[in-house]
Design a protein around this ligand. Structure first.
Ligand code: FAE
Length: 538
């Protein structure tokens, strides 16, 4: 078996003849976990559909293709996250980050990296951990790594943009179809629900959110409950002490062991049930290029948990779906165009990247306004000032386990700046030209809310959360979007037109902003596009 090939399981001698007339099972050995095993026909030494990445776009594509009778193989650079560590838990929590917390780092890189002006990052063993803090020149882009992609690390806030804002999010997409068919389909499949308002009003773990509501309303800002994919009944049990604490034990940024309905519990579980979807964790795709005789040759490195390459493999796939996330897909496409693997990709590839206008800040409350030492790690509300000031501010938790008297916010703002990925031949990597100063419009829009609240409440900004005397968390984004924009880099359904059988189906299709948290829109758009692709192309 040449190492450059995907390995084919050899049937035992006695059953070989019969097996060979029926099926040949193709899978990657030593991968840790399979969602299921796919049976390929005799002639099918190639993969009908290969999906790069197991986040929202990839999971939708895999499920719907499988339901349409297509065998799918998913390739994921991160770990499987299906096996507990020595503490009996799969994931660690925010207050005790260990080897599982970060992607190939020897020191944590917490989004909120200071407390009372002191740095809080700590040394950790280098490991293929769950959260990647990927550093570009002017911005750190946080992303989930593992089977489930961003659903493993995110807050689960599942927000459908206001209909009147949709034209600015995806101008070439029929809004009527999205709001009548694809958003409802996505919300149902993701298991979206909303906190019980009566419970919210009394539970200790949302005191911080009630303080956020009180301050927003006293300054005349619209306060909204925000849906989430957390199992709200489970959270009630956590609060009542009848279930193992999870959201109430700071489990969010480095994974959640119980109540959160990550993709592993929704789309990927359904995909597994079809019996047609396999997944190879710890495999990183490095190239896709047309194969002689049709289809595409996909090259990938199998990684060990230190990030070292164990072996390099190739496989031929009839169709390839790029679902490596905005950054992952953009980096791949830009590199493949520049290095001659996919030279006919159009000039829009790599363009139109935005940070969803993310900016963070904290406010210091008075001693009579404590935010609570027990805080649910799952946010459930926000200030929707989009119409008036271009900002949607999520009232975010600070689950430190101690009283901080801090109100903390992640704002999503109308930031017009867009960056571009480009191939840096000398360094052999892809750069992103985002500038830190480009966050200024976001800061201005967030200030339009929090300056007013501070003036009304007689409070001030926290200056100790992002450095020494630094108010704004303007160095990062949780919401990378764009880089292979719909109807520009691709056609209006994500097809890479120069290469029949190549598709983009993730956040890179969305031109930089969704006006709210993005994963419901990424999921709904993927539902729309895959439905058309299955009907028209397969
Ligand atoms: P994504 O979920 O990132 O999946 C891409 C997958 O591809 C990942 O698993 C990668 O490891 C994998 N990959 C990348 N490159 C390769 C390669 N070369 N070979 C093989 N595999 C590869 O993409 N959004 C919300 O709507 N609500 C929230 O509350 C929220 N909170 C967030 C909190 C945090 C800390 C973070 C980091 C994100 C948050 N987001 C939230 C953003 C959301 O998770 C993100 O928009 C989606 O996960 C993006 O979905 P994609 O399918 O585009």
């Amino acid at each position: 078996m040449p190492p450059a090939q995907w390995q084919v399981a050899r049937p035992r001698a006695e059953s070989e003849a019969r097996q060979m007339t029926l099926t040949r099972r193709v899978f990657l050995t030593g991968t840790g976990s399979l969602l299921g095993t796919a049976a390929f026909g005799m002639s099918a030494a190639r993969i009908p559909a290969l999906v790069i990445g197991t986040g929202y776009g990839g999971s939708v594509a895999a499920l719907r293709l499988a339901q349409a009778g297509v065998n799918v193989h998913m390739v994921e650079m991160g770990s499987a996250w299906d096996t507990p560590g020595s503490d009996g838990k799969i994931f660690c929590n925010t207050t005790s980050p260990d080897y599982r917390s970060y992607w190939l780092r020897t020191r944590t890189k917490a989004p909120l990296n200071y407390f009372l002006g002191f740095p809080i990052d700590r040394d950790i063993p280098r490991y293929t951990g769950i959260l990647d803090a990927e550093e570009f020149g002017g911005i750190i882009v946080y992303q989930g790594r593992g089977v489930g992609g961003g659903s493993l690390v995110n807050g689960g806030m599942a927000v459908t943009p206001r209909r009147e804002n949709f034209a600015s999010v995806l101008p070439s997409v029929n809004a009527e179809e999205m709001y009548s068919v694809y958003y409802p389909r996505a919300n149902a499949a993701l298991g979206v629900g909303t906190v019980d308002p009566a419970w919210f009003d009394t539970t200790a773990c949302y005191q911080y959110a009630r303080v956020g509501r009180k301050h927003a309303q006293r300054s005349g800002f619209p306060f909204v409950f925000v849906p989430d994919v957390y199992d709200w009944d489970y959270m009630k049990q956590e609060a009542a002490g009848t279930a193992t604490k999870s959201a109430l034990a700071g489990e969010i940024l480095y994974g959640n062991n119980h109540g959160k309905k990550s993709l592993q519990k929704t789309y990927l579980a359904q995909a597994k049930a079809t019996g047609r979807v396999t997944v190879s964790p710890l495999h990183k795709v490095t190239s896709v290029t047309p194969a002689t005789g049709g289809g595409y040759t996909v090259t990938m490195d199998q990684l060990d948990t230190t990030g070292a390459t164990i072996t390099t493999k190739t496989v031929v796939a009839d169709r390839v779906f790029f679902a490596a996330g905005s950054v992952g897909t953009s980096k791949l496409l830009v590199k493949l165009k520049a290095t001659g693997a996919l030279p006919a990709l159009n000039a829009e590839v790599g363009k139109g990247w935005g940070d969803n206008g993310n900016v963070m800040c904290g406010r210091a409350n008075h001693l009579w306004d404590p935010t609570g030492s027990l805080q649910s790690a799952i946010p459930c509300c926000g200030i929707d000032n989009w119409a008036a000031g271009g900002a949607f501010a999520e009232v975010a938790p600070l689950p430190t386990g101690i009283e901080t008297f801090a109100s903390f916010y992640l704002s999503i703002t109308k930031n017009p700046n867009r960056a571009q990925f480009s191939w840096n031949a000398a360094a052999g990597k892809v750069d992103l030209n985002w500038q830190t100063a480009w966050k200024q419009p976001s800061i201005d829009m967030a200030k339009s809310i929090f300056d007013k609240i501070n003036a009304k409440e007689g409070t001030i900004y926290r200056t100790d959360l992002f450095g020494v005397y630094k108010i704004w968390g303007d160095h990062l984004t949780y919401h990378p979007l764009g880089g292979a924009v719909l109807n520009r880099a691709t056609d209006n359904y994500g097809r890479l037109a120069a290469y029949p059988g190549l598709y983009v189906i993730d956040g890179s299709l969305i031109p930089g902003n969704t006006t709210v948290n993005p994963f419901v829109t990424i999921t709904a758009l993927a539902e729309r596009n895959i439905e058309r692709i299955i009907a028209a192309d397969l």
